[in-house]
Ligand binder design. Structure first.
Ligand code: NG6
Ligand code: CA
Length: 505
């Protein structure tokens, strides 16, 4: 290359390929703001996550975009709020691929930027069109929207089937024992969590009483694929083994890994070596397993001398829940632990506990350690990574993703979001944060919405629109909408504006 060309290229791109950081998004499942040590947890020790926070930026206002899994993951990858596309609530076992091929995603952006890309862990964004072909090619899926490789738990582990999807195929599937998945029992003798409840090793409280696998009732029915089925206890190890293998194979090129742990979603069944590690039951033990995974990833990066130039974002897909359908001790053994920290609500809720979660960003060679109070959200990672790698975004792509890279990197004076919309599962109920103010807009007065630090609050008399001052009242207990009619009006108008039109800046 001529010197001129080199100088020209250098001027054009301050981030030459050698300097491009590797990017790892570690997304926990149902991990609450108060569930880890560096956010105040005492009953469970998370040394690896705490170490990450000590070396990077710990956000006190880091959010996921929805209070359930599928919509948060949809908007994480597409940079567009899930409520803009119908059918993006919690995906069923035979649900189709929700992100259509050709959609710009975090993975396709980084692939264009020259990254090797992979997703390892829980998918829960549907496979196939119009439904998954479990015995054939499972596509479209991650490989059709920018990932080079995937090893997946196809839905979520309380839903069938318990098999790994390796690129386009179910791993270890014996063609002589085809896998069948359906939403009705295949025959009247099919054992279920209802007919064989006394054989279960983890009882159910609601739902989760259809096909039984590994002594645990699930949502949905399946038969066959016996050799392909995994043990719940082995999931954490499977993700780490694959991660180590994949990172080693791509150590010499920039890579992007979306590491989607299943911890600490139900059924909580951590590996035997983590069982009993906390006083909180399997929910706490699964947090320890998650923390172990984080430590293993960091260790691998250090061993391969990649740690300095790897940007890691650690986040969660929604807030915490105790009883999510199984009897696993989470309720009985809670003690004084506060999974949502100082906030109200949790999973399914539009209160802060539903979406304000641990959010840590590290990049040792670039980020100064510290704590940031800037408002940042998982929906913004797509546009921010596009900016980081200088990849232009198409007009119709990542419609709600704002480039907040300087705030994510903790640059001096850098601002996060001015306003942030939050949705529940289907976007029926919405929240809007603007500075210290929070508008909660209910369409329905659901019981699950009204949870104060995991306890039910009677909201039968509450108005549908409520206003809270978050620094005075982080638990959103004192509605000030009557005292602040002008502010209420302005925030409702702002919410309408965001709902009607995308918000990319
Ligand atoms: C709910 C399930 C819950 C969990 C959730 C999805 C019942 C009664 N409840 O419908 O257990 O699976 O969906 O969780 O079936 S998420 O984190 O993947 O969004
Ligand atoms: Ca979740």
């Amino acid at each position: 290359m001529s010197r001129f060309l080199a100088v020209f290229l250098f001027a054009l791109s301050p981030l030459l390929s050698a300097e491009k950081p590797n990017i790892i998004v570690i997304m926990a499942d149902d991990l609450g703001y108060g569930d880890v040590g560096c956010y105040g947890a005492k009953a469970v020790k998370t040394p690896n996550i705490d170490q990450l926070a000590a070396k990077g930026l710990r956000f006190t206002s880091g959010y996921c975009s929805a209070s359930t899994c599928t919509p948060t993951r949809f908007s994480l990858l597409t940079g567009t709020f899930a409520f803009r596309q119908k059918g993006t609530g919690v995906a069923p076992p035979n649900g189709p691929a929700l992100i259509k091929p050709g959609t710009e995603t975090m993975a396709s952006i980084l692939k264009k930027a020259g990254y090797a890309t992979a997703v390892i862990g829980k998918w829960h964004l549907g496979l196939g069109d119009p439904k998954p072909d479990w015995n054939g090619e499972l596509k479209p899926g991650p490989l059709e929207i920018g990932f080079d490789h995937c090893l997946l738990l196809p839905t979520t582990n309380d839903r069938v089937p318990q098999v790994y999807v390796d690129d386009h195929r179910v791993r270890n599937l014996d063609p002589k024992d085809p896998l069948w998945v359906g939403d009705k029992a295949p025959d009247e003798n099919h054992p279920t969590g209802i007919t064989h409840r006394d054989t279960l090793r983890m009882n159910w409280t609601h739902g989760h009483n259809q096909t039984i696998h590994n002594g645990i009732g699930r949502i949905g029915f399946y038969t066959g694929g016996t050799a392909a089925r995994f043990r719940d206890e082995d999931l954490g190890d499977a993700w780490i083994n694959e991660t180590n293998r994949w990172i080693e194979a791509h150590a010499k090129e920039p890579f992007f890994l979306y590491f989607a742990s299943h911890d600490i979603h139900v059924p909580r069944m951590p590996h035997e070596r983590f069982q009993g590690k906390t006083t909180l039951g399997y929910r706490g033990d699964a947090i320890v397993e998650f923390d172990w995974s984080v430590g293993e990833i960091v260790k691998t990066l250090e061993r391969l001398k990649l740690a300095e130039n790897t940007l890691i974002v650690l986040c969660s897909d929604n807030g915490p829940v105790l009883d999510d359908g199984y009897v696993d001790g989470a309720v009985e053994k809670l003690g004084t632990h506060t999974p949502a920290g100082p906030f109200s609500g949790g999973k399914y809720s539009i209160y802060e506990g539903g979406t304000r979660t641990p959010f840590i960003v590290t990049w040792p060679s670039r980020i100064q350690p510290g704590v940031s109070d800037e408002v940042v959200c998982t929906v913004d990672l797509a546009a921010s990574f596009a900016a980081l790698t200088e990849t232009p975004l198409a007009e119709n792509a990542c419609l709600d993703s704002q480039n907040i890279l300087p705030a994510l990197l903790g640059e001096k004076g850098a601002k996060g979001r001015d306003s942030l919309l939050q949705q529940d599962n289907n976007g029926t109920n919405l929240g809007l944060r603007m500075g210290e103010w929070k508008l909660v807009r209910m369409k329905t007065k659901g019981k699950s919405q009204a949870v104060v630090t995991m306890k039910t609050r009677d909201e039968s008399q509450a108005p549908l629109n409520r206003l809270y001052h978050l620094s005075n009242d982080p638990a959103e207990r004192k509605d000030v909408s009557l005292e602040q009619p002008e502010r209420l009006k302005a925030m409702i108008a702002k919410m309408d504006e965001i709902v009607e039109a995308p918000t990319r800046n």
